[in-house]
Design a protein around this ligand. Structure first.
Ligand SMILES: Nc1ncnc2c1ncn2[C@@H]1O[C@H](COP(=O)(O)OP(=O)(O)O)[C@@H](O)[C@H]1O
Ligand SMILES: [Mg+2]
Length: 222
């Protein structure tokens, strides 16, 4: 069963303007539930755009994104918000964390959009922190953490709503090689626990640890 299907996806920045740029050009990709997929390609080839389209953050000008057999419903903002918040979790190279807030507060952010008591929120956040091995850091300010610890916080935040898909955009780009290995191991473990994990990376040694590798060049799969 495919969890995500991309059919003839085209994405254009600044559409209709002089500086229009086709970042994705007719992408077709089928991703099986439980897959561990690496997306590689040179800088500017369209990897981040592809991940944003998968996560419902960018809307393609043509083509379909199909999640669990259902087309992403761009016209229904509630449906789309639910998809972005509950079905996928994003992990970014620069972490995208609130540095002056605590670890626990950062992990709670995706929960602020749903109902639930404060106690329940805290419990979910703690569970996510346990999964990445830093529940002992819950009350620390994120600004005081190392890069590897920050990335664990970002992964916990991506996990807190228990999404089916983890989308990681160069998650080790800002980390040294030893810490990169630890972070990749966490992502691989999450895959073993059943998550579909998609990792954009420059690092071929990381890509080789994935079941499958897709290369993108100039907005096309090669
Ligand atoms: N916000 C934007 N506005 C205009 N062009 C963009 C924007 N973001 C990315 N691009 C362009 O789209 C292409 C693909 O970018 P991107 O998906 O970020 O590539 P990658 O992640 O592989 O480096 C590049 O040519 C880039 O310059
Ligand atoms: Mg990128």
């Amino acid at each position: 069963m495919q969890i995500l299907q991309l059919q003839d996806i085209t994405y254009v920045y600044n559409q209709g303007k002089e500086n229009a740029l086709t970042a994705l050009n007719g992408i077709n990709l089928e991703i099986e539930r439980g897959a561990l997929l690496a997306i590689v390609g040179e800088s500017g080839s369209g990897k981040s755009t592809l991940l944003h389209v998968m996560g419902g953050l960018d809307v393609p000008i043509a083509g379909e994104v199909i999640y669990n057999g259902e087309k992403l419903n761009y016209k229904n903002s509630d449906w789309l918000a639910q998809y972005r918040n509950k079905e996928v979790g994003f992990v970014l190279q620069d972490f995208g964390l609130l540095l002056s807030e605590t670890v626990l507060e950062n992990v709670c952010v995706p929960l602020l959009f749903s109902k639930g008591s404060f106690i329940e929120m805290k419990r979910k956040a703690k569970d996510a922190l346990k999964l990445v091995g830093i529940d002992d850091l819950a009350s620390r300010k994120v600004g005081q953490l190392s890069g590897g610890q920050k990335q664990r916080v970002a992964i916990a935040r991506a996990l807190v709503n228990n999404p089916n898909i983890i989308l990681a955009d160069e998650p080790t780009g800002a980390l040294d090689s030893k810490t990169s290995l630890e972070i990749v191991s966490i992502l691989i473990d999450l895959n073993k626990q059943g998550k579909t994990v998609i990792i954009v990376t420059h690092d071929l040694s990381i890509a080789q640890r994935c079941q499958r590798m897709v290369t993108i060049a100039d907005g096309e799969i090669v």
